[in-house]
Design a protein. Structure first.
Length: 614
């Protein structure tokens, strides 16, 4: 019946033409075809459906949702439309809505692999990770080479520390990557393995996919000599109570307004928090662009003549790399939020340092590298710990005994490091491991792993999620922070060091696994950086047994906090501004972007004023 109805549909040839254009990546042309049909038949369900899919691919998710809902109001028995609605809702950040839409799709087509994938993605988004694993398992039973489903299964499994499942899924991901042209979500790749070449391949595939899917043509910028302040635009979804904001707030406040105008391009939520209010005040202009499609944001940046666009998100959750890939400013920079390459030369520079991004690793980056003089990580010196320190009893800790803290998100924990931690507990009677998770499935799996390794599961203590100032205060009970690979503790490390807690890390090969080493060097404690798991274990055990050595480290951190490079926000801002001025000078001179070290520029500038641009 449906085939006969379609056969006499006078708009079918146009819709087929639009679909062919869409499949060829010619999105704008495809949309024009669908709009032409809708101008003549506004209630055409298939035209509404297809128009919804193409505007969703173009990043106009609110519009996509409205079009798909209109289509479904006319033809609610279409499982593909329900699944496309789920996809649009996921893109818009509405995981709960996506779950309901995927449910409707599966009710109509129980073996629809794409709908199971949407269901699993949405379930993960609302914290139902165990159910998400089963949904992804259903996908791969229908499509065994579905790399994204294997990756989704791995991601959901590590979120609850189901390591047998995670290891199986990871092996499948690795086996299907070659057939899928390296396509794995780049953020997942960072935690999947300590391999910067894999991270590069996945980032390249992601950027190329976006460029093709959205028919992105980066803007070509006509040279115009700067006659005033350099206009910086920081782009992020995290201008609220978030780890990125905790690090960067003072940077935005300290920028030299005689040389720079500073704009926030915010596509994240407004949580009405004190941090949000502080950030709004920190910028010269604060743009809330949550509801705006990519092209509109880009045009606004072009109209504002932004000189340097700084992406603080990369490929992390709620990011919008499609804006940056359109080249909304002559200079595009990746900084802080994503510890790896963006895989596209549209990004001119990546800001790192000699530890996280050594010059010998340049081949793993599509960007040119900027080496900061100390750590690449900026820190806010105004963060304050609560004046009331909770008791050990209030935190669920025993009255006595050494406390090993591991405050990373639990998805970063790997079986190898957890086994080391359990051996440390076995070697130090009365000690406990202090973890951070409010997911009961993760807690149960970690306790079971401890039991399997001969450790009383009651020696695992799970910290409550509390506001930052209370979290900082309870560091008073931590004897030592234990880091892990392949994805180090980042803000978690700087929080611990700020509060005087020593951190033991093992340095990896990729950016994400070298951050803690960078931070430890920046507080004068390179001796806490190890190069192998046995060395890491031996150092942690020695320090836990040596109260005097541990106290010396604590005293050092307290003493250097006012002067350490890691906590010198004013100095960091000045170095970053030197980098921005040099980038802009290169552009003004018509020179291509090239890697450089900031301290080398500053040494040269002391003799020759090479960076005068006005």
């Amino acid at each position: 019946m449906r085939g006969r109805v379609l056969a006499v549909d006078p708009f079918l040839p146009l819709l087929q033409q639009g679909l062919a254009l869409q499949k060829a990546g010619r999105m704008q042309e495809s949309e024009r075809v669908y709009r032409a049909v809708l101008s003549q038949a506004p209630q055409h369900p298939m035209a509404l459906h297809l128009a919804g899919t193409v505007v969703g691919q173009l990043g106009r998710w609110g519009e996509a949702i409205a079009l798909l809902q209109s289509s479904l109001a006319l033809h609610p028995a279409d499982p593909m439309a329900w699944n496309n609605l789920a996809t649009a809702m996921l893109d818009a950040g509405d995981a709960a809505g996506a779950l309901a839409a995927a449910d409707r799709s599966l009710a109509l087509a129980p073996d629809y692999a794409s709908a199971w994938f949407s269901w699993g993605s949405a379930a993960s988004g609302v914290g139902r990770h165990v159910e998400a694993v089963e949904a992804f398992r259903r996908v791969v039973s229908l499509q065994p080479q579905h790399a994204l489903a294997w990756a989704g299964m791995w991601r959901a499994a590590v979120a609850v520390c189901d390591w047998p499942c995670a290891q199986f899924a990871a092996a499948q991901v690795q086996s299907v990557l070659p057939q899928n042209h390296g396509w794995l979500p780049p953020f997942d790749a960072l935690a999947l393995g300590d391999d910067p070449s894999m991270h590069l391949r996945c980032a390249q595939a992601a950027s190329q996919r976006l460029l093709a899917q959205e028919s992105i043509v980066p803007h070509q910028h006509t040279f115009q000599r700067c006659t005033g302040r350099i206009r910086l635009a920081y782009l992020s979804a995290d201008f609220h109570e978030h780890a990125t904001a905790y690090l960067t707030a003072e940077l935005f406040e300290r920028h030299d307004r005689q040389r720079f105008e500073v704009v926030a391009v915010s596509f994240g939520p407004d949580d009405a928090s004190p941090m949000r209010n502080r950030l709004v005040e920190a910028f010269d202009e604060f743009w809330d662009v949550r509801a705006l499609p990519h092209e509109t944001v880009v045009q606004r940046m072009l109209d504002a003549k932004i000189d340097i666009a700084i992406d603080l998100k990369g490929f992390t959750r709620d990011s919008r790399p499609s804006i940056l890939l359109r080249k909304p400013a002559p200079i595009v920079v990746s900084y802080l939020g994503y510890p790896g390459t963006m895989g596209s030369s549209v990004y001119d520079y990546l800001i790192g340092d000699r530890i996280v991004t050594p010059a010998t690793h340049a081949d793993f980056y599509a960007e040119r590298l900027v080496q900061m003089p100390s750590s690449y990580q900026v820190n806010d010196t105004h963060r304050i710990a609560d004046s009331v320190v909770p008791t050990r009893e209030e935190e669920g800790l025993p009255a006595d005994g050494f406390v090993f803290a591991a405050f990373n998100s639990v998805y970063k924990i790997t079986p190898h490091f957890f086994a080391v931690w359990m051996r440390l507990l076995a070697a130090l009677p009365g000690s406990v491991l202090w973890l951070l998770s409010d997911n009961e499935d993760a807690r149960r799996n970690l306790r079971a792993q401890a039991t399997g390794l001969g450790i009383d599961p009651r020696r695992l203590v799970f910290a409550r999620r509390v506001p930052l100032e209370k979290h900082l205060a309870r560091h008073a009970h931590a004897g030592l922070l234990l880091d892990n690979l392949p994805y180090n503790a980042h803000t978690t490390t700087s929080d611990a060091l700020w509060m005087g807690v020593p951190v033991v890390t093992c340095m990896g090969q990729a950016f994400a696994g070298r951050v803690a080493a960078s931070l430890l060097h920046a507080v004068g404690l390179p001796e806490l950086v190890t190069q192998s798991l046995p060395e890491y274990e031996a150092l942690a055990l020695r320090l836990a047994h040596d109260a005097q050595a541990l106290q010396r480290l604590r005293n050092h951190l307290v003493a250097v906090r006012p002067t350490a490079a890691l906590f010198d926000a004013a100095g960091f801002t000045a170095h970053l501004e030197t980098a921005f001025v040099h980038m802009h000078h290169q552009w003004q001179q018509g020179l291509p972007a090239a890697s450089f070290a900031v301290d080398g520029l500053e040494a040269l500038e002391a003799h020759v004023p090479v960076l005068q641009i006005f």
